[in-house]
Design a protein. Structure first.
Length: 322
């Protein structure tokens, strides 16, 4: 059991502060298969896959892509691709992030900037129809109901006016996209802990010992936070409940009890400190008494608070460890 003193002026926000005991096992994460899609590409065809929405710090993707004939893979900003859908001739100006060319079987990875990015694959073969600039399609993946699946074919011809182009699949290029997600695979369910108030009292200061019992650490590394504010110097400590219960009948043992208490502060008036207990320490009690009981002023108040970390969810895991 250990204690750490924290100056009162620092302040401690306990009510919402979640903690993680030292015995908790670290989670293990790996890339795990997610959904997939298959697409048939015409020569010079473009296909859009998922649109990723990284956080403010960016993100990463992990995708396995196979094709019968060489394709080019890149990421492009979602807004840029939407502009191409409005004006297909702008496809040649698309920003190409994490460009990979001549791919037939690849594990495709990319570190993404902090903006929505769309996966694009492009059949590298020339179109057999010289009139066609590009055929761009987004295949509807019925398992992926995101907004990016439009299920439409858009074509632009080089004849000075736009008209539909029949999809012929003269020499189809079948491609498959296997998406992955970053997922926890070990120690994924963990106990949750929170500071819980155990003692909070403002009382008329006397020369008598104050004793608060009823705390038992439920696991190794359990933390206790104690706060004191008093007009006179106080001795305050967490001691075994068996020793604390004898203090009323044997008040002369107080100094020896305090001397054997690792979690204590002497001559304290305004302070906060933490102590750490193990389950083997057993039931504990908080005690407080003026250092000089004979000179306690009248009509003065002292304030004592004690909070402890307790398990609030998945606690059966804690029990298995002890």
């Amino acid at each position: 059991m250990r204690n750490v003193r924290i100056p009162a002026l620092m302040g401690v926000c306990l009510g919402l502060f979640l903690v993680q005991p030292s015995f908790a096992q670290q989670k293990t994460f790996e890339w795990q298969p997610a959904n997939d899609e298959s697409v048939r590409l015409d020569p010079a065809n473009y296909h859009t896959g998922r649109t990723y929405h990284p956080g403010s710090g960016g993100g990463s993707l992990h995708v396995n892509i196979t094709a019968q004939k060489p394709i080019t893979i890149f990421m492009t900003p979602e807004g840029a691709w939407n502009e191409v859908l409005q004006e297909p001739r702008a496809v040649g100006r698309l920003p190409q992030v994490c460009l990979r060319e001549h791919v037939v079987d690849a594990l495709y990875e990319c570190d993404l900037p902090a903006e929505p990015m769309t996966l694009v694959i492009h059949d590298e073969r020339n179109s057999p129809d010289a009139a066609v600039l590009a055929t761009m399609g987004a295949v509807l993946d019925r398992r992926d109901k995101t907004d990016r699946a439009v299920g439409a074919i858009i074509a632009t011809v080089m004849t000075g006016h736009d008209s539909p182009v029949n999809r012929r699949f003269v020499s189809p290029n079948d491609a498959h996209i296997q998406y992955f997600r970053w997922a926890c695979i070990e120690n994924c369910v963990e106990p949750s802990y929170q500071w819980m108030s155990k003692v909070k009292e403002k009382y008329d200061l006397t020369s008598l010992l104050k004793l608060y019992g009823g705390y038992t650490p439920g696991f190794d590394g359990a933390r206790v936070h104690i706060k004191l504010k008093s007009p006179v110097a106080m001795a305050i400590a967490m001691v075994p409940s068996s020793a604390a219960s004898r203090l009323y009948s044997q008040p002369d043992t107080l100094q020896s009890v305090l001397a054997n208490a690792p979690c204590q502060q002497r001559a304290a008036q305004s302070l906060e400190f933490n102590c750490t207990f193990d389950a083997s320490d057993g039931p504990q009690s908080l005690i407080a008494i003026p250092e000089t009981p004979a000179s306690v002023p009248k009509h003065k108040k002292a304030e004592i608070e004690m909070s402890a970390v307790e398990c609030i969810a998945n606690c059966e895991i804690v029990a298995e460890k002890h």
